[in-house]
Design a protein around this ligand. Structure first.
Ligand SMILES: *Cc1c(COP(=O)(O)O)cnc(C)c1O
Length: 337
């Protein structure tokens, strides 16, 4: 099966499973799991933050961060397409009484500085208190420009806002731009990282930040039901990914570029763009259902109905990419013949 629906589908390999098997564990709610402690220390070091905390999912990590930064009646600024706004069930509003202030993305995925500035409310009881700017990197596969990140976070700080980065795929950004992770994290008070996407762990995210914010997030993690016991088994997988699988993301990026190049040869398709491990397509409406079915018959899974996005990951090799290109080409040759 060639699964291009997401990089979340990656499965832990044998060496990662060995690391999980061998991990010493304890009860992490009591602070007793040495593998979790070692992993959290490694994440703190790699992100250049004082502390880090393991979460079962990125959604929970982001939510705990929003709850740590904001009180009831506060608001956070995020993009219309941001995971923290659009894909987390409205958690901050549901559970925290925190209002999102979504703003439209520019073509390149950034939130325009003028739009951020305009969305920050004056201190007036008519308004929610604007408390936090939340950015996402990568966003739709695209790496945020470092100059832009500096300008946006400077603007936020100058207005007294805290800053959070949803860095679910920040390792992709680091590898794509050959930038150390801590440099990408430095402009932000908190950063959430996913280990269960392109990095291949079965589950696990981490939130990094100051001691004070991570303490607050630890409290919220417990409230959210994310206090885990012998979670060293998960931390071991995440730690293995951190140490051994980050550099492999470069292969995903190279393969995504090859996939985009091959698809651009098909006139019936529009490749909108390729960035890091993602290829975004415009598929003519009439082709969506039959193309998806055609690919499924050839053991290729895509999700063209929901987001016309193909995601390349470590469970796909060069041959898989060529098979996908062949299947797309055969489909359009047959249809237009
Ligand atoms: C996947 C993802 C998350 C976290 O998702 P979970 O499925 O809860 O781990 C957060 N932000 C972005 C941008 C993501 O892609």
């Amino acid at each position: 099966m060639i699964d291009l629906r997401s990089d979340t589908v990656t499965r832990p390999g044998a060496a990662m499973r060995d690391a999980m098997h061998a991990a010493p564990v304890g009860d992490d709610v009591w602070g007793d799991d040495p593998t979790v402690a070692r992993f959290e220390a490694a994440v703190a070091e790699r992100t250049g933050k004082a502390a880090a905390l393991l979460f079962p999912s990125g959604t929970q990590s982001n939510l705990a961060a929003l709850l740590a930064h904001c009180q009831r009646g506060d608001e956070y600024i995020a993009g219309q397409q941001a995971h923290t706004y659009k894909y987390e069930g409205g958690g901050a509003a549901v559970l925290g009484g925190i209002q999102p202030q979504p703003i439209a993305h520019a073509e390149d995925g950034t939130l325009p500085l003028a739009a951020i500035a305009a969305a920050i409310k004056p201190d007036d009881f008519h308004f929610a208190r604007t408390r936090l700017l939340a950015l996402e990197n990568t966003i739709g596969g695209r790496v945020l420009d470092a100059g832009y990140v500096a300008a946006a976070t400077d603007l936020a700080r100058a207005q007294g806002l805290a800053t959070h980065l949803d860095g679910a795929r920040l390792f992709n950004a680091a590898v794509a731009t050959a930038t150390p992770l801590d440099a990408l994290c430095a402009p932000f008070d908190t950063v959430s990282l996913c280990f269960s996407k392109g990095l291949g762990a079965p589950m696990g995210s981490a939130l990094a930040g100051s001691l004070e914010l991570i303490d607050a997030a630890r409290r919220w993690r417990k409230v959210l039901g994310g206090g885990m016991r012998q979670s060293g088994i998960i931390a071991a997988a995440c730690h293995y990914a951190l140490e051994h699988q980050v550099a492999d993301l470069a292969c995903d990026h190279r393969r995504a570029a090859r996939l985009a190049e091959g698809l651009r040869a098909l006139p019936a398709l529009e490749v909108e763009y390729q960035a890091t491990n993602m290829v975004f397509l415009k598929v003519p409406e009439a082709h969506v259902a039959p193309l998806q079915a055609w690919l499924a018959e050839r053991d290729i899974l895509v999700e063209l109905l929901y987001a016309t996005r193909l995601v390349v990951h470590r469970d796909l090799d060069d041959d898989a990419i060529e098979r996908v290109l062949e299947a797309f080409t055969d489909y359009f040759t047959t249809r237009t013949a």
